[in-house]
Design a protein around this ligand. Structure first.
Ligand SMILES: Nc1ncnc2c1ncn2[C@@H]1O[C@H](COP(=O)(O)OP(=O)(O)OP(=O)(O)O)[C@@H](O)[C@H]1O
Ligand SMILES: [Mg+2]
Length: 286
């Protein structure tokens, strides 16, 4: 981690309101090269709002965003991307029916001239896509296969590779592992560690302490739009992190509740509803 010099990206006292809703208030965050900062908090805590401000989706109502020490006002997400801020959303903005290499180059297709005509250079796109994914340890049989045939984890990996190839300095990932199984999540988390080793700054949003703790250098915890604090890994154990997120007590209360509910069900004290019959009269015997 490089600690001298200004942060790659910084939010300073940023607030955003939607009508009367305080989405975030007075939030500050710094990300340095080779650092992973995890953004944690319950649903509606303001995590996505903060990263949307950092990726040019909308401006803050107050406070400022700085890139390498200089105040910036992103005109659009494209503007943020041009300045090296790459954001991977959970739904990814990939086109499932298009090939992996077409998705890799989406919006920036390499072209070549045949006489007066400029055409997309598919061979080049395939070659570069394969090479970049290989470098990340993703060995695809065929980059011309459609993205729809990839698993969720592979899609996230392609999106991360794409961001790096197009020169991202800051990689922002909004819940990249939430829909993934354990093995797939591990693959994506490994890419985050590699991106950090290559000197990128990473902002990782997740609900999962088990995903955040192993890869995070620092943790910013939000609670209903406000900062609970920023902690370095050295200051916190995973269980402390969980309880700061408000998840510790919540989970133990929930598990008690569920255990007594299960006991009541076993004892026949709770009426069990019959299973819902779905689509009986829709199928029409077909
Ligand atoms: N476009 C919008 N219009 C109105 N209210 C919004 C909008 N976007 C977010 N909010 C509100 O701002 C608050 C913070 O939302 P945000 O999406 O940032 O939370 P989050 O931490 O990302 O939650 P989750 O974990 O569920 O994704 C919520 O109360 C939400 O309803
Ligand atoms: Mg969100």
């Amino acid at each position: 981690m490089t600690l001298d010099g200004p942060p790659l990206i910084e939010a300073r006292g940023v607030s955003k309101y939607f009508g009367k809703v305080i989405a975030i208030e007075e939030i500050s965050l710094q990300v340095r090269p080779g650092e992973v900062v995890c953004l944690l908090g319950d649903n509606g805590a303001g995590k996505s709002t903060l990263i949307k401000i950092l990726s040019g989706v909308f401006p803050a109502d107050s406070g400022s965003v700085l890139l390498e020490g200089e105040a910036v006002h992103f005109a659009s997400p494209r503007d943020a991307i041009a300045r090296g801020i790459a954001t991977v959303y959970q739904d990814l903005a990939m086109i499932p029916l298009m090939s992996i290499s077409r998705n890799f180059f989406l919006g920036s297709e390499p072209r070549r001239q045949i006489g007066p005509i400029s055409i997309i250079d598919f061979a080049y796109a395939d070659r570069i896509t394969r090479q970049k994914l290989d470098q990340m340890g993703i060995h695809l049989r065929d980059t011309t296969q459609s993205v729809g045939t990839l698993s969720g984890g592979e899609r996230q990996s392609v999106a991360i590779a794409r961001a790096e190839y197009f020169g991202a300095k800051v990689l922002i990932l909004d819940e990249p592992t939430s829909a993934l199984g354990v093995k797939e999540a591990a693959v994506v988390l490994r890419h985050i560690v590699q991106a950090r080793a290559r000197g990128l700054g990473v902002i990782l949003i997740t609900h999962n302490v088990n995903h955040a703790y192993p890869v995070g250098d620092r943790f910013l915890i939000l609670d209903r739009g406000r900062s609970v604090g920023t902690f370095s890994k050295a200051e916190l154990r995973p269980d402390q992190l969980l309880s700061l997120m408000g998840g510790g007590e919540e989970l133990s209360r929930l598990s008690h509740e569920l255990e007594s509910y299960a006991r009541a069900v076993d004892a026949g004290a709770v009426p069990i509803e019959p299973p819902v019959q779905v689509g009986e009269d829709v199928a029409g015997g077909a």
